[in-house]
Design a protein around this ligand. Sequence first.
Ligand SMILES: NC(=O)c1ccc[n+]([C@@H]2O[C@H](COP(=O)([O-])OP(=O)(O)OC[C@H]3O[C@@H](n4cnc5c(N)ncnc54)[C@H](OP(=O)(O)O)[C@@H]3O)[C@@H](O)[C@H]2O)c1
Length: 363
Amino acid sequence: MNHRSIRCSKHRLGFARRAAVLSVSKLGGGSPNSIVAVKYIKPSSSVSGFPFTLIMSLNKVFKLNTGASIPAIGLGTWQSKPEEVYNAVKTAINAGYRHIDTAYAYGNEDAVGRGIKDGLKEAGLKREDVFVTTKLWSTFHRPADVQKGIDESLASLGLDYLDLYLMHWPVALTPGKGSLFPRHEDGTRDLDAEINGDFTITYGAMEKLLESGKTKAIGVSNFSTHNLDVLLKSAKVVPAVNQVELHPYLPQTKLLEYCTAKGIHLTAYSPLGSTDSPLQKEPVLIEIAEKNNKSVAQTLISWAVQRGTSVLPKSVTPSRIEANFQDYKLSDEDFAKINEISSKHSQRLVSPDWGVTVFHDDQ
Ligand SMILES: NC(=O)c1ccc[n+]([C@@H]2O[C@H](COP(=O)([O-])OP(=O)(O)OC[C@H]3O[C@@H](n4cnc5c(N)ncnc54)[C@H](OP(=O)(O)O)[C@@H]3O)[C@@H](O)[C@H]2O)c1
């Protein structure tokens, strides 16, 4: 059984809480795919006579091709307002998260950075205990701007280094237009003619960042198998990660197989189906969640982790942040049922119109 409750009396809790902090902190250099942490959670109404319950979180990590470990569950922060995300990040670190995902384009790196700093302090942890990812925005794709992009992100986050720096999209937009999404007068995207669709130029500049020590790993996001083929022809460093939309309506099976074969770890974004998720109403998921006495969100997160992908549930709601960290072991039967969902319902939920093909695997 992977998900165990341990009842304990009040006087044992002090020891247990210290044990929790100690074992979670092992994550930074822990072995891959190991179950390591004992996590303190809030009082449980199900335990009569004892005010506290300890739960074993699965707390898996995956090994990257750099040798580093990436914690399976990370906090997503897209569309989290700065004033909300500061508390969300602190709550997450206190709940046991050791992986935070942000991006220059989210406009919240400053608040995320403050949340990391204060969250680590409150939990008695150090910088190296948390895995931080941010992303190079599309208006920074020219080689000279790649340096500027990471420097601006590090300054906003208040960090000396990143654990992972991703190319956010395989699309370059013209810089210097005072907009994250510059457009021509006719409304079409202002694609950067200097880069002319060649993301390998940008990736080459990102490779140089590894020598500077400003990031421990580099990777990509929203890359299809087609674009990875193009990239790998000239890349000196195989991307450590490809971060893509992934959930039961878009399981990305072909991409997952491709990335696994190439040593590229796949991270699932929008794993809960993003804002106003249709997945919350999916009957198969509701049935499995109810049977296991879990939520649909916990079921989605568990499925993603069990498929070997790290996963980035976003929430600014403290109770959800804590609950989303409680993944559980799905039976083979439930796992197979979730794998089948996309044969009846297939849907991409995040699909900006870039004016160029990005999602080749959907065609
Ligand atoms: N690389 C990329 O291009 C890219 C694109 C999209 C996303 N991402 C990353 O992936 C992260 C996750 O994706 P996402 O933000 O699109 O969506 P998501 O994590 O799939 O879903 C977030 C939504 O689900 C709600 N929610 C969270 N926990 C819940 C629970 N237990 N029960 C019910 N609802 C719950 C959240 O509401 P509350 O916050 O109100 O609780 C929010 O509305 C992003 O935040 C970002 O870090 C990356």
